[in-house]
Ligand binder design. Structure first.
Ligand SMILES: Cc1cc2nc3c(=O)[nH]c(=O)nc-3n(C[C@H](O)[C@H](O)[C@H](O)COP(=O)(O)OP(=O)(O)OC[C@H]3O[C@@H](n4cnc5c(N)ncnc54)[C@H](O)[C@@H]3O)c2cc1C
Length: 465
């Protein structure tokens, strides 16, 4: 794609196709559109920004881009953490802000049909009104459903409900040729050809642009209870997590927070949880368990059961929080990213390892950080083996060496580079060094089948040659 047409010519062709109201030069748009929440990421202005209002318009944009050989990057809400929606300097940015409708809430089939620009907050409000829930809750409900699908977003409730790919039943999507495909449907099972839905989920805008998604909903359970448990060591936390998961109580949330992160979160959110200072000082890791149920009595039994498991596992104490305090603690946990950003963290990584290897992974990462003269702090989705480290190492080369070492260690434990944020532009190099060559080659062939001109979000997922 070296002989790209003049950006003015691309603008003119797109304007002729979509009309001036949906097309503007990148230079006229806000730089906020050109970056996501990735720490230290810089905005990149594309040649053109388009805001299509229909699938037909998206298809027209992609057809033209394929003809001209111009890169196309989709943008949802820009809350991503891997630079995946940052456009190419001479490319087209497709912003889905005008395709943001909830098309249908089908209560009989427990399904929502949405356009990609709809936010999680909007879907949550609509499903709450009918007693249902879309159970993917990443740390920000400002994220769009299109972005969720493209990143296979996870979040705190994945330990019970699974991640985005477990909720996506069908898609309408525009391939890199401009063709429109429909995958799946309002059913939970199908053995009818390759599962194209699942190929597109998590593909970070590199295979197709999602223009509609059919999503699975669940009953919204009325009662929740939050338990906070300080432990002297991460080994104790790691031991009790699989036991709770195996006990059948189906926790909705199982989050790990290290002492430094918890201290910062409590301070930043002006929260007191009644944990005495001497217990805090003797704590290496906190575990938050949230249970939900449709019946208050049944929930109480489950809370007592989990509390016993936690006490038997050696917890300093078990705090069953009043509901307001539980909600405040979860809100504080969700603010972890903003805290580490304000504290000047240089990167956030979200490697996933088998649950049983968490202590080894945590200790290994601390050791590697020390040997590199850097600092890492952690919290994350312990129930999924998905720990988020904030990395404090301003020297780019040293940080890259540290991250390479952490990823290689986690990979040797049977882990994967990203559990939920995606590879995007920031983690693709690390992935490229660890992935099996045959797997990477197959993925390149799949990419070529969906996107023969190679225009969809180039620069993401695949390592530079
Ligand atoms: C405070 C905070 C906490 C977070 N916590 C979590 C968490 O717990 N778990 C988690 O998984 N993530 C988390 N995230 C990351 C982020 O919220 C998710 O990755 C989210 O899914 C991104 O959605 P978005 O709409 O912002 O997508 P964007 O950032 O706009 O884009 C992300 C990717 O999706 C592609 N894309 C967007 N729309 C489409 C479309 N219609 N078709 C094809 N591709 C498209 C983009 O090209 C890009 O590759 C967090 C982010 C923040 C800021």
């Amino acid at each position: 794609m070296s002989d790209r047409p003049d950006p003015g010519a691309v603008l003119d062709r797109l304007t002729a196709e979509l009309g001036a109201a949906s097309v503007r030069p990148g230079a006229d748009a806000s730089p906020d559109l050109f970056v996501d929440e990735t720490l230290k990421a810089k905005p990149v202005a594309p040649a053109v920004v388009v805001t299509p209002s229909s699938t037909a318009e998206v298809a027209a944009v992609v057809r033209l881009a394929a003809e001209l050989g111009v890169p196309v990057t989709a943008r949802g809400a820009g809350t991503g953490l891997s630079g995946a929606c940052i456009p190419e300097p001479d490319g087209i940015l497709v912003s889905f802000e005008r395709m943001a409708a909830l098309l249908e809430l089908d209560e009989a089939n427990q399904v929502a049909v949405v356009q990609p620009g709809l936010t999680l907050a909007e879907l949550d409000a609509a499903t709450a009104a009918v007693g249902l829930v879309y159970p993917v809750f990443p740390g920000t409900l400002a994220a769009s459903l299109g972005g969720n699908v493209a990143t296979n977003a996870g979040g705190m409730r994945a330990v019970k409900y699974g991640v985005t790919r477990n909720q996506v039943l069908g898609l309408e999507a525009v391939l890199g040729t401009g063709e429109v495909v429909h995958t799946g449907g309002r059913f939970v099972k199908s053995t009818s050809g390759y599962d194209l839905t699942q190929l597109i989920v998590g593909s970070e805008g590199t295979l197709a642009l999602v223009t509609e998604a059919t999503l699975r909903l669940h009953p919204r359970l009325a009662h929740t209870a939050s338990i906070l448990t300080p432990f002297a060591s991460v080994d104790e936390v790691a031991e009790v997590v699989p036991r709770i998961v195996a006990s059948g109580v189906q926790p909705m949330i199982l989050e790990y927070i290290d002492r430094a992160t918890m201290t910062g979160l409590l301070r930043m959110n002006e929260l007191t949880l009644g944990v005495p200072d001497d217990v805090m000082a003797a704590t290496e890791a906190h575990l938050i368990v949230v249970l939900e149920g449709r019946d208050a009595g049944r929930l109480e039994v489950d809370v007592a059961d989990v509390a016993t498991q936690l006490a038997e596992a050696g917890a300093h104490d078990v705090y069953v929080l009043p509901s307001g305090q539980g909600a405040d603690l979860l809100a504080a946990r969700e603010s972890a990213f903003w805290m580490v950003k304000a504290a000047g963290a240089d990167d956030v990584i979200d490697m996933v390892v088998p649950r049983s290897r968490i202590p080894e992974y945590l200790r290994g990462a601390q050791l590697l950080a020390r040997t590199h003269g850097s600092k890492v702090f952690g919290c994350g989705h312990a129930g999924d083996g998905n720990i988020h480290f904030s990395v404090y190492e301003p020297d780019t080369a040293r940080r890259s060496r540290l991250l390479s070492a952490i990823f290689a260690m986690g990979h040797d434990m049977g882990g994967a580079v990203s559990g939920e944020h995606g590879l995007g532009r920031t983690k693709k190099g690390y992935y490229g060094r660890l992935v099996e060559p045959a797997s990477l080659a197959l993925q390149r062939r799949i990419k070529a089948a969906f996107d023969p001109a190679g225009i969809l979000n180039p620069g993401c997922i695949f390592p530079d040659d």
